[in-house]
Design a protein around this ligand. Structure first.
Ligand code: GLU
Length: 430
């Protein structure tokens, strides 16, 4: 059934966009056919010595979808629900996303089937180093450039790059080592990371939203927001929205959410969550957390709150044909990858609720990854101000391209984003 399998959703999106593209040209048809499958699927097993002395074998993937515009690019996800079809979908979306942001990169994605919360730090390190060894021959600055995704961090990227350096047969010069470091982005600054990368997805989302709201003539009043997901992306978009005059009334993590009608403080909420180990009770308004200020809600209820802007920032298929009719938000900003199924898209479009699509809204992360790659290759380190200025310009250009296309071809923003991306990818394909 379309909607439950992310790769089927991705292919439904592709075929919808394809119907807007000159299909009478047989060459275009051939290229669209090629884009229905990844160029390469790497399947790895990673044996890890656990703290109890026993070996556990983990299953991992790296899918290299398309490199017509440049090296494959995309994160590595650690999650117990990772599947090959999910990684295929995510790698396809990366190819589209990099084209939307007009980066000289293709699309790839990796994943390991693991719940990282069940591992010790040492086990996590051994798993990450094992995965880096397993895919080492297939990645590199001109081949494939991995990065963080769900449950992976700058620290994990650091272990991976360190492992790649260790694999080198001879000691590298400083210049050679910096080039090798560009193989992985989203690193900590001390390992060659870029200023601004950590919060880039969230900040990019803010820039895209501001650009789109002004096109939609929805600026000027204090808009309310609900954010599903409180990881790197969910937290940062909530923080930037809060700092920029939006009222964030609800956030959630995988266990459930909180609703603070007066508007919550994302920074205090995160501190409280870290201290208590749960979001429940972290009803932080202004400078205090007060049990009376809010209430506990489920993830399902969060999606249906009466807010102006709904931000799904967790996993795929959160908005489906079942809850799409009940959504009350005026605009949806997709910060997760693939949070809306094609059936839900159709319902939302008919209801007049614009969905600002993932491949635009969350492309700030990979954009600053591309800046990190470029800095490493050139042996440079840019200031945060320079990085953020470049990010803002990129997001505004991408938002404007997609808005204009949607007006020209008279369709939804996702299909328009695909049409823009496909135009660029098809041109680059031989
Ligand atoms: N995982 C992020 C994404 O889905 C970032 C990928 C990257 O920086 O390469 O866009």
């Amino acid at each position: 059934m379309v909607g439950t399998n992310p790769f089927e959703s991705a292919m439904a999106q592709l075929s919808k966009a394809a119907s807007f593209i000159g299909k009478s040209d047989p060459k275009v048809n051939e290229k669209l056919e090629i884009l229905k499958q990844p160029q390469r699927i790497i399947n790895v097993t990673i044996p890890v010595r656990m703290d109890n002395g026993k070996i556990r074998i983990f299953q991992g993937y790296r899918v290299q979808f398309n490199n017509a515009r440049g090296p494959y690019k995309g994160g590595i996800r650690y999650h117990h629900n990772v599947s090959l079809d999910e990684v295929k979908a995510l790698s396809f979306w990366m190819a589209m996303k990099c084209a939307v942001a007009d980066l000289p990169l293709g699309g790839g994605k990796g994943g390991i089937i693991v719940d990282p919360k069940t591992l010790s730090v040492k086990e996590l390190e051994r798993l990450s180093r094992g995965y880096a060894r397993a895919i080492a021959d297939n990645i590199g600055p001109d081949k494939d450039v991995p990065a963080p995704d769900v449950n992976t961090t700058g620290q994990i990227m650091g272990w991976m790059i360190d492992e790649l350096i260790k694999l080198q047969p001879k000691k590298l010069s400083k210049k050679e080592e910096m080039k090798l470091r560009s193989t992985i982005t989203g690193k900590l600054i001390k390992d060659g990371g870029s200023e601004g990368r950590e919060e880039a997805t969230g900040l990019g989302g803010l820039f895209v939203l501001q650009a789109m709201l002004s096109k939609m003539k929805l600026t000027g009043k204090k808009l309310t927001v609900a954010v599903q997901g409180f990881g790197n992306v969910g937290y940062n978009i909530a923080k930037f929205l809060h700092e920029n005059g939006f009222t964030v009334v609800a956030v959630s993590d995988s266990k459930g959410g909180i609703y603070v009608p007066e508007g919550l403080s994302p920074v205090l909420t995160l501190e409280c969550k870290k201290k208590n180990g749960t979001l429940v009770g972290c009803y932080c308004f202004g400078s205090v957390c007060d049990m009376k200020k809010g209430k506990q809600i489920t993830n399902e209820a969060l999606l249906e709150l009466p807010v102006d802007i709904l931000v799904p920032a967790a996993l795929e298929s959160a908005i489906t044909k079942d809850n799409a009719p009940k959504i009350k938000a005026k605009v949806i900003l997709e910060m997760a990858n693939g949070p809306t199924t094609p059936e839900a898209d159709t319902i939302l479009y008919k209801r007049g609720i614009p969905v600002i699509p993932d491949i635009l809204s969350n492309s700030g992360g990979v954009s600053v990854s591309a800046f990190e790659w470029e800095q490493n290759l050139k042996g440079q380190h840019w200031s945060k101000k320079a990085v953020n200025a470049k990010l803002k310009a990129k997001m505004e250009k991408a938002a404007s391209d997609i808005w204009t296309t949607s007006k020209n071809i008279k369709t939804d923003l996702r299909t328009s984003a695909f049409v823009v991306a496909l135009g660029r990818i098809l041109k680059a394909m031989k």
